[in-house]
Design a protein around this ligand. Structure first.
Ligand code: GRF
Length: 202
C-alpha cells in the first residue's frame, strides 16, 4: 500500500511511521510512505521526510486565488503519488470538497483528544481548560466536517493536576504515535469497510 503523509509541524507522528516501516520492513508492515506534503515551508516534518529520502511537496493556501483552488491543487499534488491511503499527521488545514471527492474514505486523521470531545485546532488546550480528567487521541477517517468522521481507534491519557498544554500534549503524543502506527498498518494490511459511522477492519 502506498501512503502519502501530510504534515504542518514537527512531524513526530510521521517519524513514528518512518521508524516502524524501517524496523518492520515495507512488506511486513503493509505500506510504504511514497511522499510527504505540507501546507508550509521550513517545518521539521519536511526535514524528516528529506532525511528519509522521500519526495516532498508544499501547497500553500496563499499561493492560490481561492481556497477551492488550493484544495484542488492539494488533491492534484497528492494524487500525483498515487496513494492508496492519505494520512494527516498534524496537518493543520481543513480540506474541501475536491480533496474529499478524490480521497474521502481513504483519508485518515489523528486528533489529540477523545472525539467528539474537543475537536478543532486546540483539542489539548480545550480539554485542559475544561478540567477533563482523561483525554487522549483519536484516529478517524476525515469527512466533510471538522474532526467528525468515523472513528477507527482511540487511546486514553490521564490529565494530571500539574499538566500544562505542552506536557499533556507530549504525553498524548506518546500514545498517539503508537496508535497511528498500529491503525495505519492494520488498514493497509487487512483492508477495511466504512459502514455509516462504523469502521470494520477485516
Ligand atoms: C499531533 O498531536 C496531532 O494530533 C496534532 O498536532 C500534533 C502533530 O504532531 N494535530 P507532529 O507534527 O506529528 O509531531
Amino acid at each position: 500500500r502506498r501512503l502519502v503523509v501530510l504534515v504542518s509541524g514537527s512531524g513526530t507522528n510521521l517519524q513514528a511511521l518512518l521508524d516502524e516501516i524501517a524496523a518492520t520492513g515495507t512488506e511486513a508492515y503493509g505500506a510504504e510512505i511514497v511522499a510527504v506534503g505540507a501546507d508550509r515551508e521550513g517545518i521539521e516534518g519536511l526535514a524528516r521526510a528529506e532525511r528519509a529520502g522521500l519526495p516532498t511537496f508544499v501547497c500553500k493556501v496563499k499561493d492560490h486565488p481561492t481556497r477551492e483552488e488550493w484544495d484542488a491543487a492539494l488533491a492534484e499534488a497528492v494524487a500525483a503519488h498515487e496513494p492508496d491511503l492519505v494520512v494527516s499527521a498534524g496537518f493543520m488545514k481543513i480540506v474541501g470538497k475536491r480533496f474529499l471527492a478524490r480521497f474521502g474514505g481513504r483519508f485518515v486523521n489523528t486528533h489529540p483528544a477523545l472525539l467528539p470531545s474537543f475537536p478543532g485546532a486546540h483539542g489539548v488546550r480545550d480539554a485542559l481548560a475544561y478540567g477533563a480528567k482523561v483525554t487522549g487521541c483519536t484516529v478517524h477517517f476525515v469527512d466533510d466536517g471538522v474532526d467528525t468522521g468515523p472513528i477507527i481507534a482511540q487511546g486514553v491519557v490521564e490529565v494530571r493536576d500539574e499538566d500544562d498544554e505542552s506536557a499533556l500534549h507530549e504525553r498524548i503524543k506518546e500514545v498517539e504515535r503508537r496508535l497511528l502506527v498500529e491503525v495505519v498498518g492494520r488498514l493497509a494490511r487487512n483492508g477495511y469497510r466504512i459502514e455509516g459511522r462504523k469502521v470494520v477492519i477485516q
